[in-house]
Design a protein around this ligand. Sequence first.
Ligand SMILES: [Zn+2]
Length: 386
Amino acid sequence: MEVVKAVVFKHNADVKPLLDTFNQMVNECMTYASKNNISSPMKLERSLYDHFKQKYGFATHYCISACRVACGIIRSWKRLVKKGRTDHNKPPTFKASAIRLQKELMRFKGDKIVVTVKPYSWIEIPLIIGSYQKRFIEEWKKGELKIGEITLLNNRAVVAFKREVEEKEPNGYASVDINLMSLDILETKNELKYRKIDLKKLYGIRVHYFEKRRKIQALSKYKPETSRRLMEKYSERERRRVNDILHKITTAIVREFVENGVSPILEKLKGLSYNATRNKHAKRKNRKVSSLPYRKIQSFIEYKMAWYGYKTYYIPAKGTSKTCPRCGRSSKTNGQVYECRYCGYRADRHFVAGINILGMWGVGFIPKVLNELIEREGLSRGDKIL
Ligand SMILES: [Zn+2]
């Protein structure tokens, strides 16, 4: 199977004029498309091609790309209007300063990217290469990696490296249960292994930036512009710090899974990220901090595993924290310890979720093995947790 990894390179080249012009093209496309009720990129391109060629003189692919981007934005905007999530009187605009460069528009040279702007006119973008980026370039030079699309931004370029890997058959599975304060992993290979990865630091960061945002919010009455600018700055900083931690954690998990040859089993959280911020009850709960990035954690694990040829599997998130692993009946849990009201089974609630996730995937356990693990790790007591 082919796997893709996006690697970020910094650069200092002045690409602003190029990005600004492209931005203008996309916005022009959107205005034209809305006015003439066009939704197909092909049709839009046929209508605008001559005009664009004359006005900008850019290589043909920019025109194609602008039409595609414009139609994509309009399409997703219409979808949101239909669902009642956005105002149909406020048509979208293209604010991003970015271009996705297909291979017709650029050449990757290892230390730089050469971008075609107009026919027979290029700009060179020298890349700043750190040790992380160097690894990919070396593999690319050896022919092990290919270049996919490149996204060009004001001071960075995101290069998609592609590789052909053989799909590996896992010799075990591991459930990854994502919780507010911990990631809980239950691994089955030869023996059952359970561990918690602490997410308190991540939670702390989210709380910290929540406080920051609240203070900035208070400023918005008197200094709206400053408030907006600060909000953007701190949101970006939060995003970066959160991503940083998530990358470190998921890289470590994936390294271990790959070493042991196990595939992760995750819960499919359909629609959760939206509901978690919108539904009234959750909104009150989440007002404290930005919501936990479930999807991000899952996608990091998934694409990092895929890079080594391992698939990630999903099971529906249904009753995994309520079902008793011993008798199969459903009990509600308060606090950190799960206790079955029918058979009295007692264990850490996240451990129970892990067993249920693996169970839904078809991995069964002998009760004796479970009991031994619970005993060994002290998982039936409340004291070990948090
Ligand atoms: Zn039970």
